[in-house]
Design a protein around this ligand. Structure first.
Ligand SMILES: Cc1cc2nc3c(=O)[nH]c(=O)nc-3n(C[C@H](O)[C@H](O)[C@H](O)COP(=O)(O)OP(=O)(O)OC[C@H]3O[C@@H](n4cnc5c(N)ncnc54)[C@H](O)[C@@H]3O)c2cc1C
Ligand SMILES: NC(=O)c1ccc[n+]([C@@H]2O[C@H](COP(=O)([O-])OP(=O)(O)OC[C@H]3O[C@@H](n4cnc5c(N)ncnc54)[C@H](O)[C@@H]3O)[C@@H](O)[C@H]2O)c1
Length: 475
């Protein structure tokens, strides 16, 4: 029920954010009066959050044509001459955002039509545990109160905090995809997911890309063998500067100059037309007035229990603002848990953060689930592993593959602890291994208890499972 007072409008539920929290609002919450607060994400201030507007979806819509463009050298190894002429950046960009922007604005219009939902377009900030001020772009503020809240404010790109950063254009994933032109050259700072995906996209389209990374390997959070192989392959494709922390940036050279200094004190200068900062994302917990609401924040993340409840039992949180995983499928799962717990507070369900997979849509792709070998060895003393090359199965012969592999980590009794794949279609090949971990299927039953289509690339997974030295007393 909406209650208007001279000071504030009261709602049953207030949801801050229109990303993953958007899926909370369906017919099951029709009986509630809901205020949804959204300030607009990215460079366009769009409705619908990161994944739709500036994250998963547009990046993969760029990565797919990039993979086509990058296939020419692979084809020539197989005796097929393909030639890459050029990427029509403007055409690709307009096709992608012509589709996405409509979905975003359609979602916003739909929300405005919902009878039980009031969409408040502005920045939310708690005044106390039940009161939120919403300040719109024109500076006007509306005050609302609510019985319960969901904080789903996501995360934002980390700012580059070195001298000179305020004087040049430092792109982030929020704005680089909407550039007017394809840059002739690009420096990418960071060696994680976003760096890997944008390096693939721009390098494939013909931009001279270089990566500058503070540490000694790319995708460092992955299993060490995967990280090492990915770093090697990227190093063959484009210049990768490792162990080079950035000390300053400036206008000059081809457009921007990035100065670095390594541990020995050696200073270097790199130049490119454009600069992309991809050094991580910060949860949007600051600026929300969470102190005033009595909501605990640790290391920037809103603290939640297994039911996604914050330190205030009537305030839930989900997604990048509170999750240890900044992944859309995790945020979606957490949203389902929150929805259930809003409706059934007497029988709350718990979140499941076991066997969370992730894929990097670079070239090559990388996909992983579960423990790395080193994490597994820290936890268990009977760890066995196998590293199975793509080139060891028939489809890998067809591809003349020499670079890529599947690595499995298990216990001697056949329990799968982790799976790591680098290579073509890794994001798809990982899924049966995710299923095995989620259902507790042991590696022998998985390998021998089903047909594996011959000679599909999935034989890579079958052979890796068969090669694992399980069922033995000793590792
Ligand atoms: C370039 C990129 C590529 C990615 N690719 C993938 C991928 O392939 N697969 C994958 O699983 N994950 C991917 N991710 C991660 C994924 O996008 C996020 O984990 C997910 O979108 C987080 O959802 P969320 O609901 O927590 O936040 P969001 O979707 O960001 O929603 C939060 C919303 O809250 C709004 N907001 C913030 N503060 C306030 C406030 N004070 N008042 C009002 N509104 C506010 C924001 O404007 C935003 O719309 C990618 C991320 C990026 C940046
Ligand atoms: N395919 C996907 O699922 C996908 C794609 C893109 C982003 N994401 C999500 O978004 C998150 C953010 O992506 P990201 O690539 O920005 O972060 P990341 O954590 O994957 O990588 C950040 C990189 O920046 C480096 N770094 C951090 N602080 C630095 C500093 N001060 N100076 C120099 N280097 C620094 C890190 O060492 C690392 O190499 C990812 O962790 C991921 O969860 C997912």
């Amino acid at each position: 029920m909406v209650v208007e007072t001279p000071q504030a409008t009261h709602h049953d539920l207030c949801i801050i954010g229109s990303g993953s929290a958007n899926s909370l609002i369906d017919e099951s919450l029709e009986h509630l009066s809901i205020a949804q607060v959204e300030r607009g994400v990215g460079s366009t201030g769009a409705f619908g959050g990161t994944c739709l507007n500036v994250g998963c979806i547009p990046t993969k819509m760029y990565a797919h044509p990039a993979t086509l463009a990058a296939s020419a050298p692979d084809a020539s190894r197989l005796g097929v001459d393909l030639e890459f002429h050029r990427a029509h950046w403007g055409q690709i960009r307009d096709r992608i955002f012509g589709r996405i922007d409509q979905i975003s604005s359609g979602g916003r219009d739909w929300r405005h039509q919902n009878e039980n939902v009031t969409l408040l377009e502005g920045e939310g900030r708690f005044v106390d545990a039940h009161t939120l001020d919403v300040t719109s772009a024109n500076g006007s503020t509306r005050r609302i109160t609510a019985d319960r809240f969901v904080i789903a404010t996501g995360s934002r790109p980390r700012r580059l905090e070195v001298p000179g950063a305020d004087e040049i254009t430092v792109h982030t994933s929020d704005d680089i995809m909407r550039r007017e032109t394809l840059p002739a050259s690009l420096i990418i700072l960071g060696g994680g997911f976003i760096s890997a995906e944008f390096a693939h996209i721009f390098a494939s389209f013909g931009t001279r890309v270089q990566i500058i990374n503070r540490s000694g390997a790319l995708l460092r959070q992955h299993d060490a063998e995967i990280s090492q192989r990915f770093t090697e392959i990227m190093g063959r494709r484009l210049p990768v500067h490792l162990d080079e922390p950035v000390v300053s940036v400036a206008r000059g050279g081809e457009g921007v100059i990035v100065r670095t200094k390594d541990a020995e004190g050696v200073e270097r200068e790199h130049t490119a037309e454009a600069l992309l900062n991809a050094t991580g994302r910060i949860p949007n917990s600051d600026g929300l007035g969470l102190d005033a609401a009595g909501v605990t924040v640790e290391n920037g993340r809103v603290v939640v229990d297994e039911h996604q409840r914050t330190s205030q039992p009537h305030i839930f949180a989900l997604g990048d603002v509170s999750s240890p995983f900044q992944l859309k499928h995790v945020a979606n799962h957490e949203a389902k848990v929150v929805q259930h717990n809003l409706l059934h507070s007497e029988e709350p369900i718990a979140v499941n953060h076991e066997a969370v997979p992730a894929a990097v849509f670079g070239h090559p792709q990388v996909a992983a689930v579960g423990l790395t070998e080193s994490a597994a060895r820290e936890e268990f003393d009977d760890v066995v592993t196998v590293t199975q090359p793509y080139g060891s199965v028939a489809y890998g012969w067809a591809m003349e593959d020499e670079d890529h592999f599947c690595k499995l980590v298990a216990r001697c009794d056949g329990a799968l602890l982790g799976a790591h794949i680098i290579g073509p279609e890794a994001s798809i090949l990982i899924q049966p291994l995710v299923q095995a971990m989620a259902t507790g299927l042991d590696v022998r039953t998985m390998a021998t208890g089903q047909y594996w289509i011959h000679p599909a690339l999935t034989e890579l997974v079958e052979n890796a499972l068969l090669a694992l030295p399980v069922d033995r007393k000793e590792p």
